[in-house]
Design a protein around this ligand. Structure first.
Ligand code: FMN
Length: 231
C-alpha cells in the first residue's frame, strides 16, 4: 500500500526549487537503481550523477532547455553498453563467479550461447537490448525517489548524441539512454502539480488470458517445440 501511495504522490515535476536532496536520500535512490535486475545479470549500463552547476547548464542546452535540469539537486544519467562482446560479458561473469566462489568457466556454455544470439541479432539490436535494461533501473529509481518524497522528472527529451559527446561516453562504449533530475517541486510555477493523474483504467490496461485465447498460435507453438525436440 505504501508503494501505491508514493506512486500516486509522484508526478513528472515540471518545476523544481533548487533545494538540495540530502545525501542519505540520494544514496537510497542510487542503491535502488543499483539493485535492479538485468538480462543475464550483466548490468550492462552505468549511472552517472551530476550536481556540478556549470555542467548542468551545458546539459540543459541539449535537453530542449528543460528548466528542471538546472533547478534540480542532482541529475542522474543512465548510460548503457553500445553493444556486446566476449570481453565485456566475460568480465562480468568472472566477477560474478569470483563473488560466488565458482570457477570462471562455470558460465561458459551459457555465455557462448548468448554471445552467438547477440552476434546474430546485430549491433542495433544489441545497443537497444542494453538500453532496455537501463530502464528497469530507471523505474526503480523513480519509485525509490517517490518513497523518499524526492521529486523526479523522467526524461528522454535530450539529444543523446550530444550528451554522449559532452560526457565522453562513446569512447568507453557507452550511450546515454535516459535521465532523471531529482529535487523538490516548486508548486507555484508548476502547471502539472494539481492535475489529475492520467492512466488507462484497469480494464483497459489489464487483459487476462487463458490457453483458449491463445488458440490461434497453438498449432505453431507445438510444431516448433516438436522440431526443437527432434534436434
Ligand atoms: C521515458 C520517459 C521519458 C519522459 N521524457 C520527459 C521529458 O523529457 N520531459 C518531461 O517533462 N517529462 C517527460 N516524461 C514524463 C511523462 O510525460 C510522464 O511521466 C507521463 O505523462 C505520466 O505522468 P506522471 O509521471 O506525472 O504520472 C517522460 C517519461 C518517461 C517515462
Amino acid at each position: 500500500m505504501a508503494l501505491l501511495n508514493d506512486l500516486h504522490w509522484r508526478y513528472a515535476t515540471k518545476k523544481m526549487n533548487g533545494q538540495v536532496v540530502p545525501q542519505d536520500k540520494l544514496d537510497y535512490i542510487l542503491e535502488a537503481a543499483r539493485l535492479a535486475p538485468s538480462s543475464s545479470g550483466l548490468q550492462q549500463y552505468k549511472l552517472i550523477v551530476i550536481s556540478d552547476r556549470a555542467l548542468l547548464e551545458k546539459i540543459r542546452t541539449i535537453a530542449y532547455n528543460q528548466s528542471q535540469i538546472t533547478e534540480c539537486s542532482h541529475l542522474l544519467i543512465w548510460a548503457a553498453w553500445d553493444g556486446y562482446n566476449e570481453d565485456r560479458i566475460s568480465e562480468r561473469f568472472n566477477e560474478m563467479m569470483d563473488l560466488r566462489g565458482l570457477p570462471h568457466g562455470t558460465m561458459d556454455a551459457y555465455k557462448n550461447t548468448i554471445l552467438e544470439l547477440y552476434k546474430n541479432a546485430g549491433p542495433d539490436w544489441q545497443a537497444h537490448h542494453a538500453a532496455k535494461q537501463s530502464y528497469i533501473s530507471f523505474g526503480l529509481a523513480i519509485a525509490a525517489a517517490a518513497e523518499q518524497k524526492v521529486d523526479a522528472t523522467p526524461m528522454e527529451g535530450f539529444l543523446a548524441d550530444q550528451l554522449d559527446e559532452l560526457l565522453s561516453l562513446r569512447k568507453d562504449g557507452y550511450r546515454s539512454t535516459v535521465i532523471l533530475p531529482l529535487g523538490y517541486r516548486e508548486e507555484a510555477g508548476d502547471w502539472l502539480v494539481n492535475m489529475k493523474k492520467f492512466r488507462l483504467s484497469k480494464d483497459e490496461f489489464i487483459t487476462e488470458m487463458t490457453l483458449a485465447d491463445a488458440a490461434d498460435i497453438k498449432g505453431t507453438v507445438s510444431l516448433d517445440l516438436n522440431d526443437f525436440a527432434q534436434k
